[in-house]
Design a protein around this ligand. Structure first.
Ligand SMILES: *[C@@H]1O[C@H](CO)[C@@H](O)[C@H](O)[C@H]1NC(C)=O
Ligand SMILES: *[C@@H]1O[C@H](CO)[C@@H](O)[C@H](O)[C@H]1NC(C)=O
Ligand SMILES: *[C@@H]1O[C@H](CO)[C@@H](O)[C@H](O)[C@H]1NC(C)=O
Length: 374
């Protein structure tokens, strides 16, 4: 927990993380993470040629047959996924990426999402591009380019974890069923014979990957957490990662921009707007604000200490102002590096056991490889 001077609480230094769980499970991040309960980050288009994007456009598949099982988006429309089949040596390997996209926390913000792709498949893009860890390009994605790569769309607003219908609003919160039905479906179309798998996700999708990677923990929150903490606390990664058995890779910026904007200094907790300039522009932070952000980083680093001591886990905590670095080509296999090792190489080394990866960057501003987004 980070108590902030603004009165807000930064409950989760890890919330936005990207993880990659190996064995049956890895979690990474989703690039175009967008929007939260109220607002959230703007989409940042990345520069690519039209041709290369078109090459990587992957069509949507709706899970119509799962509607009867209640696996539906908030407005009752079918769940959906995008799949790009693997080939060659990767034909029996699977990456399952759980899309991110914030959460909602009251009737107004939840209803709003049913008019977007975060709450209804009616609004989902019929094709999306696969980039970064999802890319089919060997240059951009050397270790995973020829795997089966699937992105399960996020439209339940609770990190693929809820299972209820709210009579008052008429909204479904069926993330758990979407997860189960999508996985069953993927198993039936080839994943059952997978020899390798990686469950990934960023932000709300990263949390979903953590919540689901030990198969036994579904459909509820991990009992290893709920037996001593309340359910809300068990929604936060730092309270559950130590007890997860599946190997996990945490990829997260120490100065996670989503958390700075939405949890550390949300507008409601900052009526005098003392943090407004700083939270959208690190150059506008004064010395005491930077000091505060260093404390935020220190807490995060401390909270992954136990996690890091496990031989099977890996981490890459870089000192950048970023959010979700595994799907943008410019960050996945681009400039950010810790001791000259890029993210794609770090994740690949961990997944394939080529090297131990426990990379924690020195504090801001020492890293000149960042692609800061504020
Ligand atoms: C499946 O559902 C989608 C979205 O509701 C719809 O557009 C499509 O026609 C349905 N497909 C079939 C085969 O029923
Ligand atoms: C830095 O900014 C904070 C928040 O706006 C303010 O309370 C504090 O007085 C400032 N400190 C200095 C040294 O300017
Ligand atoms: C960020 O803040 C610095 C220092 O206050 C200022 O010079 C710069 O113009 C700001 N950048 C943007 C994009 O607002």
């Amino acid at each position: 927990m980070v108590k902030t001077r603004t009165g807000g609480v930064g409950p989760c230094a890890l919330l936005a993380l990207v993880l990659l769980l190996a064995g049956s499970c890895v979690s990474v991040q989703a690039a175009d993470e967008q929007a939260t309960s109220g607002g959230g980050r703007r989409r940042r288009p990345h520069r690519r040629s039209a041709a290369s994007v078109a090459d990587m456009m992957v069509p949507i598949t709706f899970l119509n047959a799962s509607v009867d099982k209640g696996a539906v988006c908030m407005d009752g429309t079918p769940a959906a996924y995008h799949l790009d089949r693997g080939s060659g040596a990767g034909s029996k390997s699977w990456i399952v990426n759980l899309e991110g996209g914030g959460w909602c926390n009251n009737a107004r913000t939840c209803r709003f999402r049913t008019r977007t792709h975060h709450g209804s498949s009616n609004f989902m893009e019929r094709q999306i591009s696969f980039t970064g860890i999802m890319s089919a390009s060997p240059a951009e994605n050397p270790d995973f380019y020829n795997w089966n790569r699937v992105k399960i769309r996020y439209c339940d607003s609770a990190s693929f974890a809820g299972d209820t219908f709210d009579k008052a609003t008429g909204l479904y919160f069926r993330g758990q069923r979407i997860w189960e039905e999508a996985i069953q479906h993927l198993l039936s179309i080839g994943m059952a014979s997978a020899d390798r798998a990686l469950l990934t996700g960023c932000s709300a999708g990263g949390l979903a990957a953590i919540l689901h990677c030990d198969q036994g923990v579904a459909p509820h929150l991990p009992p290893t957490c709920t037996d001593h903490l309340d359910a809300t606390s068990c929604f936060f990664p730092q309270d559950i990662i130590d007890s997860i058995k599946t190997p996990i890779f945490l990829l997260n910026a120490a100065y996670d921009v989503w958390q700075i904007e939405e949890s550390l200094a949300p507008s409601k907790a900052d009526p005098s707007r003392a943090w407004r300039a700083c939270k959208f522009n690190r150059s506008a932070c004064n010395a005491s604000q930077i000091n505060f952000l260093q404390g935020f980083r220190d807490q995060m680093v401390a909270s992954v200490r136990g996690f890091s001591s496990s031989k099977s886990n890996g981490l890459f905590i870089n000192s950048c102002f970023a959010h979700c670095q595994s799907e943008l080509p410019a960050t996945w296999n681009g400039t950010p590096a810790i001791q000259n090792k890029r993210i794609a190489k770090s994740v690949g080394d961990w997944y394939f056991g080529r090297a131990e990866v426990k990379a924690i960057d020195c504090p801001y501003p020492c890293d000149n490889t960042c692609r800061n987004i504020i």
